[in-house]
Design a protein around this ligand. Structure first.
Ligand SMILES: C[S@@+](CC[C@H](N)C(=O)[O-])C[C@H]1O[C@@H](n2cnc3c(N)ncnc32)[C@H](O)[C@@H]1O
Length: 262
């Protein structure tokens, strides 16, 4: 298993206590000065809160805090008790593609802090099996392990937890980037490919696979493989996915085969 006994903490600059979910404000945000509305004519400007650059706080940290404070999805996630703003992305994908059926057995790859798990259960999944490098607070109806999905033992661990074929495999896996474009790209591609291979190993006929991909979408070879194995394969960019983010999602429905014996 990866990691020790640390509590989930989104990897962002200058955060506060480990109890925060990714949608919550870091401690620095609470100390920040907020600008006052100017003349009441510009509603958008009135709503935008600024954070003072404190000594020792990097600009990237200040900008991240400002973005969190001003993000309506972050606020909405807090109101609804969702563990992450990412929860809204799965809601949108499900609204569009009808992924989550009542009684579904769902796998969630990269499940921390658990926003997608909440949505899957809320929308009728009977059970969710998840994996993440980080520990995730427990949730009734979900079984989640703290493990590297790229560990060669991970697929079998997940299959043992599943105990049968899955209806849906979700992957919101996002590699820790190091800032070296080529390396980061390769890391992301290998995560997506591993997620797709796993999905095609454990899905029931008719099952669905949804995964985060980056930049121009899925690699051509992966896309070809998915098109051979699923009835439909589409890219989607949920509204709740930040416009400036290179992430988009790939949704494959109607799995044609069944590979694994359980
Ligand atoms: C965007 S977050 C997922 C958010 C989640 N969908 C939610 O709604 O709460 C991506 C997650 O992928 C996890 N991750 C990245 N690489 C991983 C790996 N090799 N194995 C397991 N988890 C990984 C990260 O630890 C992180 O928690």
């Amino acid at each position: 298993m990866a990691g020790g006994k640390k509590t989930y903490r989104p990897r962002r600059p200058n955060q506060g206590s480990g109890k925060q979910m990714s949608g919550s404000k870091p401690d620095g945000a609470k100390r920040g000065r907020q600008s006052q509305p100017d003349d009441g004519k510009n509603a958008t400007r009135m709503m935008t809160k600024k954070v003072k650059t404190a000594r020792g706080r990097k600009l990237s940290s200040k900008l991240w805090i400002e973005r969190q404070i001003n993000d309506p999805y972050v606020r909405e996630a807090q109101i609804k008790g969702y563990r992450s703003r990412a929860a809204f992305k799965l809601e949108e994908l499900d609204d569009k593609f009808g992924l989550l059926k009542k009684g579904a057995l769902v796998v969630d790859l990269g499940c921390a802090p658990g926003g997608w798990v909440q949505i899957a259960l809320k929308r009728g999944a009977s059970r969710v099996v998840g994996i993440d490098l980080l520990p995730v607070e427990t949730m009734a109806g979900a079984e989640m392990i703290e493990m590297d999905f790229m560990d060669e033992k991970a697929p079998q661990r997940l299959k043992d937890m599943l105990g049968g074929s899955a209806d849906v495999v979700l992957s919101d896996l996002a590699a820790n980037t190091i800032g070296h474009r080529r390396t980061d790209h390769l890391k992301t591609v290998s995560l997506v490919e591993a997620a797709a291979d796993f999905a095609m190993d454990v899905l029931k006929p008719g099952g669905s696979f949804a995964t985060k991909v980056f930049q121009g979408g899925a690699e051509k070879t992966l896309l070809t493989k998915l098109k051979q194995n699923f009835k439909t394969v589409k890219h989607a960019k949920p509204k709740s996915s930040r416009a400036g983010s290179p992430e988009i999602y790939l949704v494959a429905t109607g799995f044609k085969n069944q590979r694994s014996e359980f």
